[in-house]
Ligand binder design. Structure first.
Ligand SMILES: [Zn+2]
Length: 442
């Protein structure tokens, strides 16, 4: 009745109740030598019971009560206990296979649910998880991008700094917050940071300060999508101010029609154009703000930087005194970030990248429930299968050289040749990540 199947552990008694198994066991073979002096004449010297947790059996938690024998050496008189290091983790008081199980599961499930299922406290699970993640991270070496993205995403109700590789469309890391010190520390520890040529970022001063300090060679760019979404925010400000003067019914309607205002002119359906007309006749300021938003988008549709600059000056003249306050965040940003904003025309990022990032923002919080940020980060960055990796290229030369060597040696049929080039890890593929979250696979 070897219910445990643990080598060199013998079960002596099994008890069970509704939730748990208590299994008594012994080590059937006593030690042969004294660990102090190597003498082989040992005598028994008392016993002690020790509890080790193990994997569940039949969905019940399992505790193994080991009758631990103590011995005394007849030669040097030293005493010692029986050791179980081959199967037990002595530090955690559990079987090694349970530690393995917790490690793997801690990336997939919440600590609370694991704790309940295994009868191991949450603190222990967290510490196993941490050590496991540290071990994994030591093995992971993500390529430093040539073109880095620094964005922010709200995750677990806090703004986090998200690092991406823009050319590869991958997620490289997620930082716990978006403070300057955090970003500096991260950038500082990047390998080959001199290879970073471009950094596209949100308009957030600490990011710019951090990059200027650590990556002085990198060109800072604010992408169009960061800028134009500010125009939408300004429009929203006006809509919300207007709402205060409306009746309950009108308010609901305006809320409902909000998306019409945010839509680009050329994407409006006939019905939506009509809706817009109704609103603007009633509230001319809505028409004004809509036109202003559209005009702003048109600036960024310009084909050249010079053209955009001219259009922007024109656009600014269209901000009436009535709308000045609502558009202040945008006009301020245009002033403070002018160089970086216009650098977009030299280095625009692709729509595909922007779409992937926006999809991630949309779905990421489905993943958050029950996790700490730290666990969520590890789950995303360390799960195999969502990674974008390359194999080293086919190295013909290595085979040719080895054939020449072989002629000098005894003939062999099979020869394993090591690759000079190592595979590259670019981080987590954004599209695949979104897909996995949507399919509940992560
Ligand atoms: Zn001894």
């Amino acid at each position: 009745m070897d219910i445990l199947n643990l080598s060199n552990i013998q079960v002596t008694k099994i008890q069970e109740n509704e939730h748990d198994y208590a299994i008594s066991a012994v080590r059937p073979t006593p030690p042969l030598f004294c660990p102090e002096c190597g003498f082989s004449d040992l005598k028994k010297f008392g016993k002690k019971q020790k509890l080790y947790m193990d994997l569940p059996i039949h969905a019940k938690r399992v505790g193994i009560f080991m009758e631990q024998q103590r011995f005394q050496c007849r030669s040097c008189q030293s005493t010692f206990r029986e050791q179980y290091e081959d199967v037990m983790d002595e530090r955690r008081f559990m079987t090694k296979r349970l530690v393995d199980f917790i490690e793997k599961q801690s990336l997939k499930r919440t600590f609370v649910s694991l704790s309940e299922e295994l009868g191991v406290d949450e603190k222990t699970i967290r510490s196993i998880f941490r050590e496991y993640v540290n071990r994994l991270e030591e093995q992971v070496r993500i390529e430093t991008p040539q073109w880095l993205g620094i964005d922010e995403i709200h995750i677990l109700s806090k703004a986090r700094c998200v690092i991406t590789n823009i050319e590869q469309r991958t997620l490289v890391d997620m930082l716990t917050n978006r403070n300057k010190e955090t970003v500096i520390r991260y950038l500082h520890h990047l390998e080959n940071k001199k290879r970073i040529r471009y950094v596209t970022m949100d308009m957030w001063n600490p990011y710019r300060d951090a990059v200027k300090e650590v990556l002085p060679q990198a060109k800072i760019i604010v992408d169009k999508f960061h800028v134009v979404r500010m125009a939408n925010d300004c429009l929203e400000t006006v809509r919300k101010q207007l709402r205060a003067d409306l009746t309950q019914k009108q308010r609901r309607q305006l809320m409902h029609d909000r998306f019409v205002l945010l839509k680009r002119n050329h994407d409006l359906t006939e019905r939506e154009i009509l809706l817009l007309e109704v609103w603007s006749t009633q509230y001319p300021i809505l028409q004004q703000v809509y036109d202003l938003k559209e005009g702003f988008y048109k600036v960024w549709d310009s084909e050249s930087k010079t053209m955009a600059k001219v259009r922007l000056e024109e656009w600014k003249k269209g901000i009436t005194s009535e709308l000045k306050d609502a558009f202040l965040p945008l006009t301020k940003a245009l002033k403070n970030w002018e160089d970086e904003i216009f650098a977009y025309f030299d280095h625009p990022i692709t729509n595909a990248y922007t779409e992937s990032l926006n999809s991630l923002i949309r779905v990421i919080n489905r993943l958050g429930r029950g996790y700490s940020f730290e666990a969520l980060r590890a789950k995303i960055l360390l799960t195999e299968g969502v990674k974008k990796k390359t194999k080293p290229s086919y190295n013909r030369q290595a085979f040719v050289e080895s054939r020449m060597l072989k002629m000098m040696e005894a003939p062999l049929f099979y020869n394993s040749i090591s690759n000079y080039e190592s595979p590259k890890d670019f981080g987590v593929d954004l599209e695949k990540l979104v897909q996995w979250i949507e399919e509940d696979k992560l």
